[in-house]
Design a protein around this ligand. Structure first.
Ligand code: NAD
Ligand code: DAU
Length: 348
């Protein structure tokens, strides 16, 4: 049995990935998570009593702690999901993004190097290529032109990973995924935000003209790709992961209205009426588009869940888990929401 140190495993994607790993008897998981506002133990509550799972609460930027965990657990691999992940929060205050997404990654890389970890999978993002509006979809070797403080911090981490590969021979792999969605995503992100606002009777904010395009990837498809990379990916390689289908934000929001209305057996017109165009995200990238030939041709990965089906599953999950949405829309969330939506991007 091989041990994997998963960081940020109490987050949205990390928790799905841990469940995906533990479905195979050959893996044991140690989850190092700081439990920031974005971390939630509920996401893995079904693992209570699972002997192949251990949670350590702590910070990836805490070098002493990370070393202790690696010395004790001797993981075969580290898969790093831990990050400040929300672009809008990085606009309000980039500081924690630099600490976790850059310094934290450096701590992990350094400990991995010193203790001979055999795989280091860095979970990156398609946002590192920057806005692709008017450009061809990006390939893995294209230059990085991050637009937001979040994307810049993730690009810095990618470059550090590649430097550790070249300088010290660390067996690094980088995954650059597009927008994930699915159960248990925090309501700060677009899809759960729209579902929540429709359910509680609030307006639905669409930034700018709503013409920005994103490639929506069902979280389980992403986790299947990440597991393939861990098991069979080429060391030193970068892999884009996306569906290749890009949808305008306004169209996506309208689709959510339609799916939710159908599930509730109500007229979608009432939901459409709640859509409001709001002041744009500063520096908002119009589009992210990536090529996925590498993962398709070398590892045979393809997405399985189409957007309509993924939205249906997601909406159904939130309808059956309204308590979780209420819990996540806590005081901290409301203060954040006020700053972005009511005080229009008030900076700290
Ligand atoms: P998330 O915000 O839901 O979860 C992040 C997790 O990391 C939380 O559990 C949090 O407690 C933990 N964390 C934060 N700082 C930490 C620290 N210093 N030490 C230890 N743990 C810490 O994030 P997500 O949406 O699941 O994204 C996971 C990763 O995937 C991130 O690296 C993100 O950049 C990347 N990514 C996300 C998406 C997406 O659409 N959500 C797409 C592409 C890439
Ligand atoms: O592309 C991958 C990235 O996708 C990940 O690296 C990030 O961690 C993840 O948060 C996500 O970033 P986005 O900024 O694309 O996701 P978000 O859900 O915040 O926004 C999706 C789009 O919707 C974006 O164009 C902004 C827009 N939007 C978002 C919110 C929250 C709105 O129009 N209104 C909103 O209220």
């Amino acid at each position: 049995m091989k041990t994997v140190l998963v960081t940020g495993g109490c987050g949205f994607i990390g928790s799905h990935f841990i469940r995906c790993l533990l479905r195979e008897e050959s893996w044991r998981v140690v989850n190092l998570d700081k439990l920031t506002y974005a971390g939630d133990l509920d996401r893995l509550s079904d693992l209570a009593g699972e002997p192949r799972y251990r949670l350590v609460q702590g910070d990836i930027a805490d070098a002493k702690l990370v070393e202790e965990v690696v010395v004790t657990e001797r993981p075969w691999a580290i898969v790093n999901f831990a990050a400040e992940s929300h672009v809008d929060r990085s606009i309000l205050d980039p500081t924690p993004f630099l600490r976790t997404n850059v310094q934290g990654v450096h701590v992990l890389l350094d400990v991995a190097r010193r203790y001979g970890v055999e795989r280091f999978l860095q979970i990156s993002t398609d946002e590192v290529y920057g806005d692709t509006d008017g450009l061809e979809p990006r390939s893995e070797e294209d230059p990085l032109r991050p637009g937001s403080p979040y994307a810049a911090s993730k690009a810095a981490a990618d470059l550090l990973c590649l430097a550790y590969r070249r300088t010290y021979g660390l067996p690094v792999l980088i995954a650059r995924s597009s927008n994930n969605y699915g159960p248990y995503q925090h309501p700060e992100k677009l899809i759960p935000l729209v579902i929540r606002n429709l359910l509680v009777g609030e307006e639905v904010p669409v930034y700018g003209d709503g013409g920005q395009r994103r490639d929506w990837l069902f979280v389980e498809d992403n986790c299947r790709a990440l597991l393939l990379l861990l098991e069979q990916g080429a060391v030193g390689a970068i892999y884009n992961i996306a569906t290749g289908v890009r949808v305008r934000n306004l169209q996506l929001v309208q689709s959510i209205c339609t799916v939710l209305a159908r599930e509730l057996d109500t007229d979608p017109a009432g939901f459409f009426d709640r859509i409001r165009f709001t002041p744009d995200r500063p520096g908002h990238d119009r589009e992210y588009a990536v090529r996925t030939d590498r993962i398709a041709h070398t590892l045979g990965w393809r997405p399985e869940v189409e957007l309509e089906e993924g939205l249906r599953r997601t909406v159904r999950w939130y309808l059956s888990n309204r308590d979780w949405l209420v819990k996540r829309a806590d005081e901290e969330y409301r203060a954040y929401y006020e700053a972005v939506y009511r005080r229009k991007w008030e900076l700290v």
